[in-house]
Design a protein around this ligand. Structure first.
Ligand SMILES: NC(=O)c1ccc[n+]([C@@H]2O[C@H](COP(=O)([O-])OP(=O)(O)OC[C@H]3O[C@@H](n4cnc5c(N)ncnc54)[C@H](O)[C@@H]3O)[C@@H](O)[C@H]2O)c1
Length: 203
């Protein structure tokens, strides 16, 4: 499966590096060119134990790449994670403006059936909203199913949390999308994880 992660912030970056380490081919897209240039040259904008070595290794073996080009990121993707920021507004609610833009962009560029997965902390109803945006703008011949797979990682132990989280939540009404996600994610039921985690040092 070709995987794209939208957002090279804390969650997007950790998700991208860990999925690449798990064996998937991952493209991480962001709107900040400087950040993407830095990442593509192997330097991380955040400090997280184990992340630098995962980035270096998976950039080198071409499991992972970074881009600001939405066509390259979305057109051939089978699975897209949305990990853009949801900053708090003055009233305490989540500002979904970055999610709106990402959903419009994804709908515009997809060229094959795709699962779109929200990774961030989003209010109830956000996935329905994203589904509406995608359905109203995508090519009518394509299937695009929006599912929830929230991230529970903690800064400082994010890599370990990704591979050994104590819960994985997959939210969808579509049994096929649920089955794909269950197969795809590094769950305890996955033999690759049962046989030991992918190598990552807590350095
Ligand atoms: N940081 C954490 O510890 C943590 C943990 C769990 C969940 N979350 C949730 O995960 C989500 C992401 O959080 P974060 O801390 O990674 O955010 P962040 O602000 O660090 O990064 C967001 C990134 O998205 C990029 N972006 C914005 N619009 C974009 C677009 N249209 N296309 C591509 N990229 C775009 C930004 O340039 C930025 O690099 C939020 O909903 C947050 O609440 C965060």
């Amino acid at each position: 499966m070709k995987v794209t992660v939208a957002g090279a912030g804390y969650v997007g970056l950790v998700t991208s590096a860990c999925l690449a380490e798990f064996g998937h081919v991952v493209t991480c897209v962001d709107v900040q060119k400087e950040k993407i240039d830095m990442l593509q040259s192997g330097r991380s904008p955040i400090i997280e134990p184990g992340l630098d070595s995962l980035l270096e290794k998976n950039l080198h073996n071409k499991q992972l790449n970074f881009t600001i080009n939405p066509y390259d990121a979305y057109s051939k993707a089978d699975l897209i994670f949305i990990a853009v920021g949801t900053p708090e507004k003055n009233d305490g609610s989540a500002d979904l403006k970055y999610i709106h833009v990402a959903a419009h962009t994804i709908a515009h560029y997809i060229e094959r059936d795709v699962i779109i997965c929200t990774r961030g902390a989003v209010p109830v109803g956000t996935n329905e909203l994203i589904q509406e945006i995608i359905d109203s703008r995508k090519p009518p011949n394509l299937q695009a199913e929006v599912v929830a797979n929230p991230e529970f990682l903690r800064e400082g132990t994010a890599i370990i949390d990704f591979f050994h989280g104590d819960r994985i939540v997959i939210g969808t009404r579509d049994p096929n999308a649920a089955a794909v996600m269950e197969q795809f994610l590094p769950t305890a039921a996955n033999p690759d994880i049962q046989n030991g985690p992918p190598k990552c040092r807590n350095d």
